[in-house]
Design a protein around this ligand. Structure first.
Ligand SMILES: Nc1nc2c(c(=O)[nH]1)N[C@H]1C(S)=C(S)[C@@H](COP(=O)(O)O)O[C@H]1N2
Ligand SMILES: [Mo]
Length: 218
């Protein structure tokens, strides 16, 4: 796993790997998002915990660059002005973290994933997307999941710039999956023909991570 970052909190990473092996926090239930708002095994918080590998990359709006490439017809490199020039949307969604907290009603401003997908025109066979972040973190999702209307690349949260510790200046928000899929400080969105598990997926977390099916580990 030579492409892994050196985590700033090795003990925490080891603890989370052990929880994944033990199936910690699993309730064995599933829930229907149309009928319940809190997925199985989650509890509601009103603060916003910070979770990452322990290093805060020094990305600013001046140094921000995002490459959207891989199996696409039109690779794209955006700087901050280029990002803000894309059509923006507002989207309110709930956060569900695999460590059991959920946070309701987060109001994000950003570019819809569908807009980014249309801009780069991925090949038909490009069924997977890998997010690469400035701290070395990676995570993988399917293109279909990324294309959902509530997936976005966000730069504002609840009416203000996203704080650096929460992934500012820009981060992914994939509300339909556990929050580890929402890469902070994203610097590359790679479309891929084959799936490639990311940092936590290689350490025992579920490859898909649907909170409604309680796909925590696997
Ligand atoms: N770049 C990067 N993105 C990341 C992580 C990380 O370590 N690095 N951690 C993930 C995990 S495990 C979670 S739960 C959420 C936490 O986001 P927050 O700190 O804004 O709550 O970010 C996800 N995105
Ligand atoms: Mo997490």
């Amino acid at each position: 796993m030579s492409d892994d970052p050196a985590p700033g909190k090795p003990k925490l990473v080891a603890a989370k790997e052990a929880w994944a092996r033990a199936g910690r926090l699993l309730t064995g239930q599933t829930a229907d998002p149309a009928r319940a708002r809190l997925p199985p095994g989650q509890r509601l918080v009103t603060d916003w915990p910070v979770l990452d590998l322990g290093s805060l990359p020094a990305v600013t709006t001046e140094t921000f660059r995002l490459d959207i490439d891989g199996a696409v017809a039109h690779p794209l490199r955006l700087d901050w002005a280029g990002l803000l020039a894309l059509p923006a949307v507002e989207s309110v969604s709930d956060i569900h973290c695999v460590t059991q907290w959920s946070r309701y009603d987060n109001r994000w401003t950003g570019v819809a994933a569908g807009t980014l997908i249309a801009a780069v025109a991925p090949k038909d066979e490009a069924a997977f997307v890998i997010f690469h972040a400035a701290d070395g973190y990676t995570t993988n999702i399917t293109r279909d999941r990324f294309a959902r209307p509530d997936s976005l690349l966000a730069w504002r949260w609840n009416g203000a710039p996203i704080p650096p510790e929460h992934g500012g200046p820009a981060r992914l928000v994939i509300p339909s999956l556990y929050f580890w899929k929402s890469a902070k400080w994203v610097r590359r969105i790679e479309f891929a023909l084959t799936d490639r598990p990311g940092f936590w997926e290689r350490r025992g977390y579920h490859n898909q991570g649907d909170p409604w099916a309680e796909e925590r580990y696997g």
